[in-house]
Design a protein around this ligand. Structure first.
Ligand SMILES: NC(=O)c1ccc[n+]([C@@H]2O[C@H](COP(=O)([O-])OP(=O)(O)OC[C@H]3O[C@@H](n4cnc5c(N)ncnc54)[C@H](OP(=O)(O)O)[C@@H]3O)[C@@H](O)[C@H]2O)c1
Length: 340
């Protein structure tokens, strides 16, 4: 089978190499999946470019996200059958309950081989059924970006109708956050570096759009327009946390998930205390959360916002597209559109 591997000279998308590997066979408890679509996340860009202490992963098949069809199962597997459409879990070992140290190392595309291959083996228990309402490409977008937005807003944030939700930038996590906010009857405020992207966010239902390049004090602007955000998905880290705190309403919940603007956060803890804010780190989520979110997505007819699709043979171009930051929503690799 064909697979993309991270090469020895990790540091750019050019280090990806297309290789031939033996066709894997499922051991007891495993399922063999023909991957139909993979999706990229900012983390994949960090890994290939060794940004912010990303590990050296030469020889690893990259990408955490994917969906496809079960083609064979190992002994003792009855949760999935050949022919089933499935998506993967980001941490194949995190099935339920809170995050534990033992889940590290089971992350796809980092601790273990990911989805950028024709075929891949997974613990059958980690797979989640793809609903009929979603294509393989749409389902491939859910395991990391959508789940992180869901856990941030629904599980931690306890989002309810009428809340104001603040999303930073227009990447994968933020656009799912916008969609979930609209689905629940909350108002969504989106910031972006680009007026064109803000127009797209408004078309997707954002109530307000703020250009954070033209308005560096956007936190105050958000507070002024809305009375303060009740929920914030913090994707910017060092570049944005102080403004997010400024934007927050009293008792707001801030899900700290990303570091697009760097890791060295300097922030005034008094501001957190003063407003009684909740600040919580969130790392994707469990298989159980993925399944619950997928039910909500199917019942509400929510579809993933895909910016652009690349054929399997052009995987490095997909990485470059994500790195350029011109996308809104998700960047997807379709394994069926062209054989490498
Ligand atoms: N903790 C977790 O479990 C988890 C899970 C998923 C992602 N993340 C993290 O969340 C972040 C977003 O991931 P993603 O996959 O959604 O990224 P993405 O799709 O690559 O989106 C990146 C977008 O963020 C915006 N952006 C860049 N720098 C920014 C800044 N300083 N302030 C505000 N917005 C900025 C840009 O949009 P505009 O051009 O519109 O400004 C950019 O296109 C990353 O740091 C990623 O590592 C964490």
């Amino acid at each position: 089978m064909k697979a993309w591997e991270i090469g020895e000279r990790q540091g750019s998308a050019d280090s990806l190499r297309l290789v031939e590997r033996p066709e894997p066979e499922p051991a007891p408890g495993e399922a063999l999946v023909r991957i139909r679509a993979s999706a990229l996340n900012y983390r994949d860009h960090m890994i290939i470019n060794l940004i912010d202490s990303a590990p050296k992963t030469a020889g690893r098949i990259p990408l955490s996200d994917g969906a496809g069809e079960v083609v064979a199962v190992g002994e003792g597997v009855d949760s999935v059958r050949p022919g089933d459409r499935v998506m993967v879990s980001f941490f194949t070992g995190w099935l339920d309950g809170p995050l534990r140290p033992s889940h590290f190392g089971t992350d796809l595309g980092g601790g273990r081989d990911g989805t950028l291959a024709e075929l891949a083996l997974f613990p059958a228990a980690s797979l989640v059924a793809v609903p009929d309402s979603l294509s393989d490409e749409e389902a491939a977008c859910l395991p990391c970006a959508a789940l992180t937005a869901w856990v941030s807003l629904v599980e931690f944030g306890r989002m309810k109708a009428g809340d104001t939700v603040l999303l930073l930038g227009t990447g994968g996590v933020s656009i799912f956050g916008l969609q979930f906010a609209r689905m629940m009857g909350a108002d969504a405020v989106v910031t972006s570096s680009s007026d064109e992207k803000l127009a797209r966010a408004r078309a997707l239902g954002a109530t307000h759009g703020i250009n954070y390049v033209r308005d560096p004090a956007w936190g105050r602007t958000v507070a002024g327009k809305t009375g303060g955000a009740d929920l914030i998905i913090e994707t910017g880290g060092a570049a944005t946390l102080a403004q997010s705190i400024e934007a927050a309403a009293f008792n707001a919940r801030i899900a700290l998930i990303g570091m697009l603007g760097g890791v060295g956060i300097e922030s005034d803890p008094l501001a957190l205390i003063w407003k009684n804010l909740h600040l919580k780190g969130i790392l994707v989520g469990s298989r159980r959360s993925l399944e619950e979110m997928t039910k909500a997505i199917a019942q509400n007819g929510l579809r993933s916002v895909i910016d652009r699709r690349f054929p399997f043979a052009e995987a490095p171009a997909a990485y470059r597209h994500l790195a350029a930051g011109a996308h809104v929503g998700k960047v997807v690799i379709s394994h069926d559109t062209a054989q490498a």
